[in-house]
Write a protein that binds this ligand. Structure first.
Ligand SMILES: *Cc1c(COP(=O)(O)O)cnc(C)c1O
Length: 379
């Protein structure tokens, strides 16, 4: 519901910026490197239909989602596109996975056998990527045991090997460990004799990817999520010189202005007490919209180009800020949680630091109460 096209709290998603980001990321990669657009969790809260449609027009080669349910949703608009399911598949999801033609991740011999039997019983073939655990300790077959999984996949009449991948656990902090993960991955592929299979998609790098592509390694694809949505925070990444634009803005409004006398507490628990008379604004958003309580007494918002500190605890629907620095604030004024106001800017990364969080989590924490407003103009 909006009144006069105004909202209490809303996210603006710039699809043209998303498109420019994808073009720039692609331009930074050698020709022939394929682009798997990661759009799990409703495209990091950006809306999977709107963003995936734009990414399709912008030459993404494939998509990756977290689970079969997300794959089914995306399939409605992406029929014919490869959609890789990154997460584990539950037994009751297997037949849907096969019937929808999604691409499965295989992490064990057991899974390969299960998937093969399900595909066989449906008289179909399932495309799979084998995932290798090179030091993430999550999905994937341990790199020293990968050969058995490859053999099981290759022996099955109902499975078709389409790709091999691994995931880095510490690409930002530890180039050394990441290098070791790469070496383990390459060795696992070589010992299975698959290094010359150019028909396979071989991928490891996400937004934090650290090493360049060259003829000495078998990589031919990237798997990118966060970066396309406008967040770069990795100085060591292969993508560090790509000039990425923010895609996501997060706004609310001033609902009430007040002056509090010295000594007045603000919000639950009285964690803030005015030491002098103070001009405050009550904003029409809280943790029910995606401003975490961790931002209490720590975060800031932008009003008329000025930084305004959050006072006291963030509550479900309202947040109090100090507007002493703002000239003539008015009820209805926009308060920027993430984005620009005049010369000031709050990035997703800054927002995440106030809340001891990470940009991925910030995006996923903007709730469904918050309408996503899309701008689509091409520039
Ligand atoms: C989420 C995810 C990605 C994308 O990571 P970004 O850091 O957002 O680029 C890539 N691979 C896997 C396995 C993932 O789960």
């Amino acid at each position: 519901m909006s009144y006069g096209n105004q909202h209490r709290c809303w996210a603006e998603i710039d699809l043209a910026a998303l498109e420019r980001n994808l073009f720039r990321i692609r331009d930074s990669l050698p020709p022939g490197i394929r682009y798997v657009a990661v759009v799990k969790a409703d495209a990091y809260g950006h809306g999977v239909y709107q963003t995936a449609s734009r990414l399709m027009q912008t030459n993404a080669d494939a998509f990756a989602v977290a689970n079969v349910e997300e794959g089914a949703r995306l399939q409605e608009i992406a029929r014919g596109w490869p959609i890789l399911v990154l997460g584990p598949v539950l037994p009751e999801e297997e037949s849907a996975l096969v019937q929808l033609g999604l691409v499965a991740t295989v992490s064990s011999t057991n899974e390969a056998i299960r998937f093969s039997e399900t595909a066989g019983s449906l008289g179909q073939t399932l495309d799979v990527h084998v995932k290798i655990d090179t030091g993430m300790g999550r999905l994937g077959v341990w790199h020293e045991e990968a050969k058995q999984v490859f053999d099981t996949v290759e022996r099955s009449d109902n499975l078709r090997l389409r790709g091999i991948y691994t995931h880095y656990s510490d690409a930002v902090e530890s180039p050394e460990f990441t290098h070791q993960q790469r070496a383990r991955f390459i060795r696992a592929i070589q010992s299975a004799g698959l290094e010359n299979r150019t028909d396979l998609l071989i991928h490891a790098d996400n937004s934090a990817g650290t090493e360049a592509f060259n003829h000495e390694n078998p990589f031919n694809a990237v798997r990118v999520g966060l970066l396309q949505f406008g967040v770069t925070q990795y100085p060591s990444s292969v993508f560090h010189s790509v000039s990425i634009e923010p895609v996501f803005r997060f706004n609310t409004r001033i609902g009430l202005l007040k002056t509090l006398p010295a000594g007045t507490p603000v919000s639950y628990g009285r964690t803030y007490v005015a030491t002098k008379p103070i001009r405050t604004a009550i904003l029409t958003a809280g943790y029910g919209d995606g401003i975490p309580t961790a931002a209490s007494n720590r975060g800031q918002v932008l009003i008329r180009g000025q930084r305004c500190p959050i006072l006291g605890r963030v509550t479900m629907d309202q947040t109090v800020v100090d507007v002493s620095a703002v000239e003539n604030p008015e009820v209805g004024d926009k308060a920027v949680l993430i984005g620009k106001s005049g010369a000031a800017e709050i990035s997703v990364s800054e927002f995440s630091q106030w809340t001891d969080s990470i940009p991925w989590e910030v995006f996923c924490s903007v709730t469904k109460r918050v309408p996503r407003i899309y701008s689509t103009a091409r520039e």
